[in-house]
Design a protein around this ligand. Structure first.
Ligand code: HEM
Length: 462
C-alpha cells in the first residue's frame, strides 16, 4: 500500500522505502508506525490505509502544537475512542464540557500534597501484597510478571480510590473485569470503522465486563455518599462524592462512576505494564540491574519499604523513566482534527485522525542519541535539562496531561523497591519481547520470572 508524506509546502508524495513498511504495519503496528516516523525524520506523514488516512505526527514541535498550542482543534473523539466510551463513559477520559468539569475536580485532588498524604497506606498495602510472593520464592514456581504486577498495582490503586470500602474479592473482580474488557475490545480498536449494528468478536464479553465493573463501583459510591469519610488521606471516592459540579450542584452517581472507572483504567494497567517491561530490560542489562539492586539494598535494606525512601531512590526513577521511553504504556493517542490547518507544512484536513505516538517520537534519531539503546543515564538531571519538552512525553502533555504522575512516581518505586528488597527476579526465557497490538503497550509473549530470595541470590553471586 502506498504512503503519502506531505513534506513542506510542496506536499511531495514519497513511496520507495516507506511503502515497504506497510506490510509490517499489519504484522506489527507498533514498530511499523515507529519505523515510518523514523524514516520520515519527524516530518508529518499521511498514511494511506485503504479508506482510512490518518496523519502521523512525531516531531516534538508538532506534538507540542497538537497537544498544547492548538489543542482545542484536536479532540479525543472519533472512531478510536468510541469502543472505549462504553466502559469509560463521559468523564475525565472524554472531551468537551463533561471532561472539563471532571478535570477541574480531579486536578485539584491529585496534588503532590494529597498523594503524600496517602503514601503511608500505599507503602503498607504494596509491602503486604509483595510479601505474598514469598510462596513462589520458597517453592521455586515461576510467576507471570504481567499478572503479578497487575495484582500488586491493583491492590494499591483500589486502596487509593476506594479506601477500605471494598473487599479483596471485589477488588479482584474489578481487576479481572478490566482485563477482560481490555482483551475483548481489541477487535474494535483494530477495526474502528466497523458499524456497531454488526456484532464483532469480543462485544459480548466486553459488555459483560462493563456490567461487572458497575456491580462493584455503584454500591461503593452509594455507601460513600451515605457514610462520607473525613480528614487526611481521604480516599478518592469520598473526595469525588463531596466535589460539586461547575454550578455548585451535587454530581450524580453516573458522573462519579465514569470518573472512578476512568481513573482506575488510566492508573492501573499503565503502571502494571510499565513494571512488566522492567524485568526483561534489567535482564538484558545486568550492569543496570546491579546498580539498581545496590541502590535499593543501600536505601531500603531488608525493608519494609517506606515513603521516606522514595526521594532517595534516584537511580530507580531513572531506570523507570528509560523503561517508559522505550515502552511507553500509552503508545498511541489519537485525536480528531476539528478544522483544517497546516502542521509542519502539511494541510491536516478537518475530520481526519491525527496519531500521536510517544513510542515513535522517543525513537527519533534527531532528538535521541542511540535511540534504540536502553540507557537510564539519559535521565540524569543534567541530560534532562537539554531535551525538548516534547521529545519525551510518556504522560502526554498540554490540556490532557496525565494527572497521575505524582502517584506513579511514588507507587512504582515503592513496588520495585519492595520486590527487590526481598527477591532477585530472574527472567525465564529470552524473548525477544515485542509489543502486542493492543490499546496499551504490552509484551506479546509471557514474561515469566523466578524469584530468588535475596540472601540466596547474594550467596550465589559470591
Ligand atoms: C506508567 C503510568 C502512566 C502512564 C504511562 C500514563 C500515561 C498517560 C497519558 C499518555 C495520558 C494522556 C492521554 C491523552 O492525552 O489522550 C494520560 C492521561 C491521564 N492519566 Fe495517566 N498515565 C499513567 C499513570 C496514571 C496514574 C497512576 C493515574 C492516576 C491518577 C493516571 C491518571 C490519568 C488521567 C486521569 C488522565 C486523563 C487526563 C485528561 O485527559 O485530562 N495516570 N496518562
Amino acid at each position: 500500500m502506498p504512503v503519502d508524506i506531505g513534506a513542506g509546502q510542496a506536499r511531495r508524495t514519497r513511496r520507495g522505502p516507506l511503502s515497504r513498511v506497510m506490510p509490517k504495519i499489519a504484522r506489527d503496528p507498533v514498530n511499523g508506525l515507529a519505523e515510518i516516523g523514523m524514516r520520515a525524520g519527524g516530518e508529518v506523514v499521511r498514511l494511506k490505509l485503504g479508506l482510512f488516512r490518518p496523519y502521523l505526527v512525531t516531531h516534538p514541535d508538532h506534538v507540542q502544537h497538537v497537544l498544547r498550542g492548538n489543542w482545542t482543534n484536536y479532540t479525543r473523539q472519533g472512531m478510536f475512542w468510541r469502543p472505549l466510551n462504553r466502559l469509560l463513559g463521559a468523564g475525565i477520559l472524554g472531551d468537551g464540557p463533561s471532561w472539563e468539569s471532571s478535570r477541574k475536580i480531579l486536578q485539584a485532588l491529585f496534588t503532590a500534597k494529597y498523594i503524600a498524604s496517602l503514601a503511608g497506606v500505599v507503602a503498607k498495602t504494596v509491602d503486604e501484597r509483595v510479601a505474598e510472593l514469598e510462596e513462589h520464592a520458597r517453592s521455586g514456581s515461576p510467576v507471570d510478571a504481567a499478572h503479578e504486577m497487575a495484582a500488586i498495582v491493583n491492590q494499591s490503586t483500589v486502596r487509593v480510590l476506594f479506601g477500605d470500602r471494598i473487599s479483596r474479592r471485589d477488588s479482584e473482580r474489578l481487576m479481572s473485569a478490566y482485563h477482560t474488557a481490555d482483551a475483548a475490545v481489541t477487535f474494535r480498536l483494530l477495526m474502528p470503522f466497523m458499524p456497531y449494528s454488526l456484532r464483532m468478536p469480543g462485544d459480548r464479553a466486553f459488555m459483560d465486563a462493563v456490567g461487572a465493573v458497575d456491580d462493584v463501583v455503584f454500591p461503593v459510591i452509594r455507601q460513600a455518599k451515605e457514610r462520607p469519610g473525613t480528614g487526611e488521606g481521604l480516599d478518592v471516592v469520598s473526595a469525588l462524592c463531596r466535589a460539586r459540579g461547575p454550578g455548585g450542584e451535587e454530581r450524580d452517581d453516573r458522573q462519579i462512576r465514569d470518573d472512578l472507572v476512568s481513573v482506575y483504567a488510566a492508573a492501573s494497567e499503565t503502571t502494571a505494564t510499565t513494571l512488566t517491561w522492567l524485568w526483561p530490560d534489567l535482564d538484558a542489562h545486568p550492569e543496570v540491574a546491579a546498580r539498581l539492586y545496590a541502590e535499593i539494598d543501600r536505601v531500603v535494606g531488608t525493608g519494609p519499604v517506606l515513603p521516606s525512601h522514595v526521594p532517595e531512590l534516584r537511580y530507580t526513577k531513572m531506570v523507570l523513566q528509560e523503561v517508559m521511553r522505550l515502552h511507553p504504556a500509552g503508545w498511541l493517542f489519537p485525536r480528531m482534527a476539528v478544522r483544517d490547518e497546516i502542521v509542519g507544512g502539511v494541510r491536516v484536513r478537518a475530520g481526519s485522525m491525527v496519531l500521536i505516538s510517544p513510542y515513535a517520537t522517543h525513537r527519533l534519531e534527531e532528538f535521541w542519541d542511540r535511540p534504540l539503546e536502553f540507557d537510564p543515564e539519559r535521565f540524569s538531571p543534567d541530560d534532562q535539562r537539554r531535551r525538548h519538552r516534547y521529545a519525551y512525553f510518556p504522560f502526554g502533555g498540554g490540556a490532557h496531561q496525565c494527572l497521575g504522575q505524582h502517584l506513579f512516581y511514588m507507587d512504582a518505586p515503592l513496588m520495585v523497591a519492595s520486590i527487590v528488597s526481598r527477591f532477585r527476579p530472574a527472567l525465564l526465557g529470552r524473548g525477544p519481547f515485542t509489543p502486542a497490538p493492543t490499546a496499551l503497550l504490552r509484551p506479546r509473549g509471557k514474561v515469566e520470572l523466578r524469584l530468588l530470595p535475596v540472601e540466596y541470590a547474594a550467596r550465589g553471586s559470591r
